[in-house]
Design a protein around this ligand. Structure first.
Ligand code: IMP
Length: 175
């Protein structure tokens, strides 16, 4: 097995500060409305929990599970939904919460899926954006941090199911 080297990219303090800023912006943009916040499992579970606790407008919560990664760090490119949402979203304001956008294929698939159910509005909040790696042209509405290429883990994100629990975000290198 390869040896794993990791280096802190974003500390827990930097993460907390940025989550507060995002939540403040979202609360302002949706003032007077009610949001349905949908997290994409598994990676978004920690970001989502932190974000909704900082958002000051009423929201309901749901989750979908989408996957395109086997094990390791390369996407298979084929997106599969293994858990659907349980909320009726017709006519409602939806915010998708995702840990990271890379090629954009996962979010494109999910957005197309949700749009068929006629929400009133649909926006996307990702914590990390690997903008240069995009394979489909795709814009997100709220971004925590834009990062360069490289594999990251921690704060919900995994490398072979490791490091999700870490409060900091690391760059992973294997040798
Ligand atoms: P996309 O479909 O290529 O945009 O990939 C999105 C999904 O790939 C995310 O939900 C993550 O689960 C996973 N992913 C992409 N890059 C990373 C990374 O650097 N670390 C951990 N997971 C990643």
């Amino acid at each position: 097995m390869d040896k794993i080297f990791k280096e802190i990219l974003f500390s827990r303090d930097a993460i907390q500060k940025r989550v507060r800023e995002l939540a403040g912006q979202i609360s302002k943009d949706y003032a007077g409305r009610e949001l349905v916040v949908i997290g994409i499992l598994k990676g978004a579970f920690i970001f989502m929990a932190d974000l909704v606790r900082e958002i000051s407008i009423p929201c309901t919560i749901d989750f979908a599970r989408l996957t395109s990664y086997g094990t390791g760090s390369e996407s298979s490119g084929k997106v599969v939904m293994t858990k659907d949402i349980e909320t009726s979203i017709k006519g409602r304001d939806i915010l998708i919460v995702e840990d990271i956008i890379d090629t954009g294929l996962t979010l494109q698939y999910f957005v197309d899926w949700l749009k068929e159910r006629n929400p009133n509005s649909l926006r996307i909040c990702v914590f990390l954006d690997k903008r240069k790696r995009r394979k489909v042209s795709f814009e997100v509405d709220y971004v925590g941090f834009t990062i360069d290429d490289g594999f990251v883990a921690g704060y919900g994100l995994d490398f072979n199911e490791q490091f999700r629990f870490s409060p900091d975000i690391y760059i992973i290198n294997t040798n």
